[in-house]
Design a protein around this ligand. Structure first.
Ligand SMILES: Nc1ncnc2c1ncn2[C@@H]1O[C@H](COP(=O)(O)OP(=O)(O)OP(=O)(O)O)[C@@H](O)[C@H]1O
Ligand SMILES: [Mg+2]
Length: 263
């Protein structure tokens, strides 16, 4: 069978967003794990009015990289992430996301279901018909990747929010997930927990080599951990590129906005 990533590139070329800049670590031969082409999403109100939420959004994320999705409140980040996760269908456009993919939600208390860390990370492995040793080995590797090994036997109820998020990420890694889609995981966390979760994702990608992550955030400072980023405004992808260029772009935009409101 043909590799689906090859199919999508052959059938539909990537259309860069308006302010797209060259991706320093990307070239045409690089494998892509996440691609959306000309995605639109609308909802229809009870009165029959169509409200556009996403407008012609395109993005492309190379395999093994940690990317962020940034933009003001209500610009469409969660909607785009849900489309990439297959939780929503786009009104128009095409999506390719390497499988298996995993969506991690914002609220840490919605992520963990089993009594201990070990049981929770092993929970999703039932469907794979693995031996006990294989389960043990996958769980240990995944829990190590998020630096939670010493908590293996801990009750999940005693963990901090960030630790619960790390356990949820370990669960996805244990299932050999290739794409992590993470929606504002650090919103409810204090500063040290925030750093713990973001470092866990960075470390998971660095140690596996073939896991790709897209992380939605409001926090500009988190860009320092990213390889690249997508910046959205008002339902559109307005910028797509390496993390440093996106940081400059957003800072310039913020300064212009401050100048505008103070004049
Ligand atoms: N089912 C829906 N019906 C009507 N409007 C919706 C629906 N889903 C999303 N929206 C609207 O679409 C816009 C984008 O929502 P979305 O949750 O994707 O934004 P976001 O960038 O994730 O925001 P935040 O930063 O606050 O999480 C918002 O104005 C939201 O109110
Ligand atoms: Mg959101």
């Amino acid at each position: 069978m043909m590799n689906p990533s090859k199919l999508i590139h052959a059938s539909k070329p990537f259309v860069p967003p308006v302010h797209s800049i060259p991706l320093t670590r990307t070239n045409v031969t690089e494998e892509i794990s996440i691609e959306g082409c000309n995605l639109s999403f609308s909802v229809t109100t009870r009165q029959g009015k169509t409200i556009p939420i996403l407008k012609d959004c395109s993005l492309r994320i190379p395999s093994g990289q940690f990317w962020m999705l940034l933009g003001p409140n209500g610009c469409g980040k969660s909607t785009l992430l849900k489309i990439l996760a297959g939780l929503l269908n786009p009104t128009n456009g095409t999506v390719y996301v390497k499988r298996p993919r995993s969506f991690v939600f914002q609220n840490p208390d919605h992520q963990v279901v089993m009594p201990t860390v070990e049981a929770d990370v092993a929970f999703g492995l039932g469907k794979f018909n693995l031996t006990r040793d294989e389960v043990k080995s996958r769980v240990s590797k995944a829990v190590n990747a998020v630096s939670m090994f010493k908590y293996l036997q801990r009750s999940v109820q005693t963990l901090s929010g960030g630790q619960k998020q790390r356990v949820a990420i370990a669960g996805a890694l244990a299932e050999a997930c290739k794409v992590l889609l993470l929606d504002e995981l650090t919103t409810f966390l204090d500063e040290s927990d925030q750093v713990g979760v973001i470092k866990a994702v960075r470390n998971s990608l660095d140690s596996s080599g073939d896991v790709t992550a897209l992380w939605v955030t409001h926090r500009l400072e988190e860009l320092e951990y990213a390889d690249g980023a997508v910046y959205m405004e008002n339902g559109r992808v307005v910028m797509h590129g390496d993390a440093a260029s996106i940081m400059d772009f957003i800072k310039t935009r913020q300064s212009a906005y401050i100048r505008e409101i103070s004049s």
